[in-house]
Design a protein around this ligand. Structure first.
Ligand code: SF4
Length: 351
């Protein structure tokens, strides 16, 4: 069982590891064990002297969490429920996909990462927000999900999406140092353009993120074509209405010279009519944004439903007709394993 009162080593960016009495080359050996070989166990670090392993293990904890449930889906999506050191539960999802053009096809592995235990923003369709926010994750708990999920998958993770439990931009003090370790060639070495942060629209934080030096990607969870529709399902829209949100997006794009994505979950009878599709196309044109349509994944206990596939296709066609950039339809993987974020934790907490 994971439980410890020792500081978590991964909470400190590795370039700041400060063990005065430990020679630099020994710290480098530890770094390699953790980030290159993926070991979070002092005992397994075979080239360290026993005395050093014993001393470090008494002072510092390596393991931020343990997997308490792994559910594999028939469509190659795997969901992992983690128990943190204070017994809180979070989730990550491994998603396999084959990408590329004819002749050059490659299997890509994407990890959906959590940034908070629960969420304060209370989007009406989401299982993660049902119990409110318990706490932010630490830097080490964010990085730890990736290290341990990589081990679970037995291979390199190609893409990261911060679309798991929580609002990533509400936890920037822990997330930005985690990103430093994730992007660094001496850390996890994942390229910035393979990392996407998704936000429900925290305007001041979007502007703050615009100053982060690496070229990570930004996705906006829009889920409504106008304020009235959006605020029915996303209370955040009361605080930051769409015009304010788009203005922040324009500043972000101007500063970063980088295209953003508008994510749109299609919910039957709520936001799936063609008027909303036309509005979505207009917003995407204005922002020169890509659009990602996601038919809703049912959450037990909530009344929302996924539209019929015919309506989804019609909605997609309408957005495409009014929109010059790329529109993708993400037919949710893991429909059969509660892959909508927060559902596995919900079941574990309320058996
Ligand atoms: S959709 Fe995202 S921002 Fe909204 S409640 Fe769920 S986790 Fe929070």
């Amino acid at each position: 069982m994971v439980s410890s009162n020792k500081p978590l080593l991964l909470d400190t960016p590795f370039e700041k590891w400060d063990w005065d009495e430990v020679p630099r080359y020994r710290r480098e050996q530890v770094r390699k064990w953790i980030f290159e070989k993926g070991f979070l166990d002092w005992d397994k670090m075979s080239n360290l002297p026993k005395s050093l392993k014993s001393e470090l293990s008494q002072r510092l904890d390596l393991l931020p969490m343990e997997a308490v449930k792994v559910q594999g889906s028939s469509d190659t999506t795997k969901k992992i429920l983690w128990k943190l050191r204070d017994q809180q539960l979070i989730e990550s999802v491994l998603i396999r996909a084959t990408e590329g053009t004819k002749g050059v096809r490659a299997s890509r592995l994407t990890l959906c990462v959590s940034t908070q235990v629960g969420c304060a923003l209370g989007c009406k369709f989401c299982a993660s927000g049902l119990d409110g926010l318990k706490r932010n994750l630490s830097t080490g708990e964010i990085v730890g999900q990736i290290l341990l999920a990589r081990k679970e998958a037995g291979r390199r993770i190609d893409n990261l999406v911060f679309m798991g439990m929580g609002e990533p931009l509400a936890n920037l003090p822990a997330l930005l140092p985690a990103l430093d370790t994730i992007l660094s060639p001496e850390g996890l070495g994942i390229g910035a353009r393979h990392v996407t942060l998704s936000t429900s629209g925290l305007v001041p934080k979007i502007l703050e993120l615009a100053n982060y030096p690496a070229q990570i990607r930004l996705a906006i969870s829009l889920h409504g074509g106008d304020d009235d529709t959006r605020k029915k399902i996303m209370p955040i829209n009361e605080r930051y209405p769409m015009e304010e949100l788009f203005h922040a997006c324009e500043q972000f794009i101007e500063q970063r010279k980088k295209m953003i994505t508008l994510e749109y979950i299609l919910i039957k009878g709520v936001n799936d009519d063609l008027k909303q599709a036309e509005l979505l196309a207009q917003h995407a044109n204005r922002l020169r944004a890509k659009v990602n349509l996601i038919p809703y994944n049912r959450v037990e206990g909530l009344d929302w439903e996924r539209p019929e596939i015919e309506q989804v296709k019609l909605f997609q066609k309408t957005v495409e007709a009014g929109h010059a950039h790329r529109v993708t339809l993400r037919l949710e993987k893991g429909h059969d394993i509660d892959a909508a974020c927060g559902q596995l934790r919900l079941k574990e907490n309320n058996p």
